[in-house]
Design a protein around this ligand. Structure first.
Ligand SMILES: *Cc1c(COP(=O)(O)O)cnc(C)c1O
Length: 355
């Protein structure tokens, strides 16, 4: 039995793997593989339409918000966002809360002025800055809802009247939020939505078309909206896997139901970490992520021994990111509570032996 705690690409529901495999051999009893059907056929149009409708339903989006499936991963959004929303003589506000928070700042600075409203770099991004001021004259405010590498999460939506833009790559659809408050949301699919190779973008169409800049069609959100995410050949298979995962999520009872389980998984793991002195969570309590749990041990020999034990017990992906060290355990939607229960048993067992 394997327990997959990978940070991304990461675990997806078993039924999605099985249905996706079947569709490679024979898609919907057509005698054709999903890999060989044309993207402009009614067969694929139905997949795209269902994926889009499921996103709108699961996120309770209003009619101003459009759903796009684009190429290039979240990293492309780091520059596509300012290209569409930030004029050269204008300013955008950014929050710098981690490796993934600092990269979009660098990209946005290529297009206009960037004001970093706050940063937690001084403490290796182990907390979320509080009480920062968001300038009212900025074109938008950008932040990362969940910092995948450092294991922090913003639990409330920042209070501002300017358009909100968020990178939700690693906690999209893991908890309820008022998604209509956002002008633009983007998320690489490979953490909570599906296979790598596609990027989900939700954009309020009213904020588009305001910059003076000319841009290539592939960069222009309006062109993608006009063409229904089919400006060119979309990543057909990756979108199909998203659609299957979204169907699965709806069957589970949607975001509210999965959030309950996610809360249980995170509570069980953090409680255990807080109880066992051998392990030390690296993040400030109030800012702990429910998706990526980061912790260390003070003794490097013990870290190695614990990693070896995890490996022996079939636990994949528990080694921490190189910038933080220690361990990182990802608890995405598809990870069952039982995997966390087994991890916690292994931790308790290890602590008894090494205390
Ligand atoms: C994984 C991740 C990214 C990078 O996504 P790519 O699809 O590799 O470009 C960006 N932001 C966050 C928060 C992530 O977790």
């Amino acid at each position: 039995m394997i327990h997959n705690f990978n940070a991304g690409p990461s675990i997806l529901p078993r039924q999605v793997f099985e249905q996706a495999s079947q569709a490679i051999v024979d898609f919907n009893n057509t005698g054709l593989s999903i890999l060989e059907i044309g993207h402009r056929t009614p067969l694929f149009q139905a997949v795209l339409d269902e994926a889009r409708a499921l996103i709108k339903e699961l996120m309770h989006l209003d009619n101003d918000h459009e759903v796009l499936f684009l190429h290039g991963g979240a990293t492309t959004q780091f520059f596509q966002v300012p290209m569409n929303l930030l004029d050269e003589d204008a300013k955008a506000a950014y929050l710098d809360c981690g490796v993934w928070g600092s990269k979009p700042i660098k990209e946005a600075a290529l297009f206009g002025t960037v004001e970093v409203v706050a940063s937690s770099k001084d403490k290796n991004y182990s907390y979320i800055p509080k009480h920062f001021q968001i300038p009212e004259d900025a074109a938008y405010f950008h932040y990362t809802t969940n910092n995948t590498i450092e294991g922090t999460q913003m639990h409330a939506i920042p209070d501002t009247r300017i358009p909100l833009v968020a990178d939700m790559s690693s906690d999209i659809l893991s908890r309820n939020m008022d998604f209509n408050r956002f002008a633009l949301i983007y998320a690489g699919a490979q953490k909570n939505i599906g296979a790598a190779g596609v990027n989900m973008v939700v954009v309020n169409k009213n904020i588009l078309g305001k910059v003076k800049r000319r841009m290539p069609s592939m960069m222009d959100y309006r062109k993608h909206i006009e063409n229904g995410s089919m400006l060119n050949t979309p990543p057909v298979f990756a979108i199909y896997v998203c659609m299957l995962t979204l169907r699965w999520l709806k069957e589970q009872g949607g975001v509210t139901a999965i959030e309950k389980i996610n809360d249980q998984k995170a509570a069980l793991l953090y409680d255990t970490l807080d109880r066992i002195p051998l392990f030390r969570p690296t993040v400030e309590k109030a800012d702990r992520s429910k998706m990526n749990v980061v912790f260390v041990m003070d003794n490097p020999d013990q870290e190695k021994a614990f990693l070896d034990l995890c490996k022996k017990e079939g636990m994949i992906g528990v080694k921490g990111h190189r910038s933080v060290g220690g361990f990182r355990v990802s608890l995405y939607n598809a990870l069952p509570l039982s995997s966390v229960q087994i991890l916690v048993e292994v931790m308790q067992h290890f602590a008894l032996k090494h205390a």
